[in-house]
Design a protein around this ligand. Structure first.
Ligand code: T3D
Length: 261
């Protein structure tokens, strides 16, 4: 088994990005950040049409590696530096990928690890997985997008409860609350996510990229602004080969064969 902090495999238009420090529950180091940055470039180069993010071993990701010797050592410390240099650009780049990003949360996700799981467009979790807003346990504030995403997905009450207690929730609860798309049996996780990603890779990819932009813009936009954005994006959609194929397939009463263009 490779000891690289991140593994990347691209097959049949689907990229699988695996956080790979199983002994440390895939806690994120500076070396992992550098590997993630390179992996995102490779995913774009490979023109993958769907991306799966998962973790090696029994965990998804335990958040920031609290013992990483490569973290900046300043006195007084500046915990914002690693966010500015690594987390924030990575999470923005992940969100900006113009293809669906699917998280397969195979085990515990803690702190910034939850941020990675929820930066995906669609999050599946194994029933045995849990989500821990661990920040408060070490007396730091939420980062990696958690303070933005949580209230939007589950409302202020539940977000406050999780962020202020640091208590775990299981995957079933996360699904019931709307934090994730779906909880699945542990042993079925990768098959189910793989099948879902394969389905996504055959969708009109450019349209999925535009849907991402619409949904993420809606968090900032008012109703009128969003209507304008929808008009602009529908204009772009109508110029696509996949639109022509979609209409043709409908009229010919057959499934569409989308190429992603
Ligand atoms: O300081 C800053 O830079 C601010 C950081 C902000 C961003 C954040 O992400 S804050 C949140 C950081 N994460 C945590 O606080 C979670 C810490 N981990 C845990 O609470 C527990 O490990 C878990 C609840 C996630 C799982 O518990 P358990 O009992 O299943 O496993 P374990 O035995 O605690 O961990 C297994 C190994 O992974 C162990 O190493 P060892 O003793 O076998 O050599 C443990 O130290 C290591 N590990 C787990 N999490 C981290 C970690 N090592 C470094 N950093 C971690 N975050």
């Amino acid at each position: 088994m490779s000891t690289a902090p991140v593994l990347l495999e691209v097959k049949d238009d689907v990229a699988v990005l695996t956080l790979n420090r199983p002994d440390k529950l895939n806690a994120i180091t500076v070396a992992m950040h550098k590997a993630l940055k390179a992996a995102l470039k490779d995913i774009k180069k490979a023109k993958a049409r769907a991306v799966i993010v998962t973790g090696a071993g029994r965990a998804f990701c335990a958040g920031q590696d609290l013992a990483d010797p490569d973290l900046p050592k300043l006195d007084p410390p500046d915990l914002g530096l690693v966010l500015e240099e690594y987390y924030n650009p990575f999470l923005l780049a992940l969100r900006a990928l113009p293809v669906p990003v699917i998280a397969a949360v195979n085990g515990v996700a803690a702190g910034a690890g939850v941020g990675v799981a929820l930066a995906a467009d669609i999050t599946f979790a194994a029933r045995g997985a849990s989500f821990i807003q661990a920040f408060v346990n070490i007396a730091v504030v939420p980062d990696a997008g958690n303070s933005h995403i949580l209230p939007r997905l589950i409302g202020n009450q539940r977000a406050m409860g999780l962020l202020m207690t640091g208590d775990p929730i299981d995957a079933e609860t996360a699904a019931q609350w709307g934090l994730i798309w779906k909880a699945v049996d542990d042993e079925a996780l990768m098959d189910e996510v793989g099948a879902f990603a394969a389905r996504m890779a055959n969708q009109p990819t450019r349209i999925l990229g535009l849907i991402k932009r619409q949904v993420y813009s809606a968090a900032q936009n008012g109703y009128a602004d969003q209507l304008i954005l929808e008009r602009q994006m529908q204009k772009i959609a109508g110029l696509g080969n996949d639109y022509r194929e979609g209409i043709k397939a409908f009229l010919e009463k057959r499934p569409a064969r989308f190429t992603g263009n």
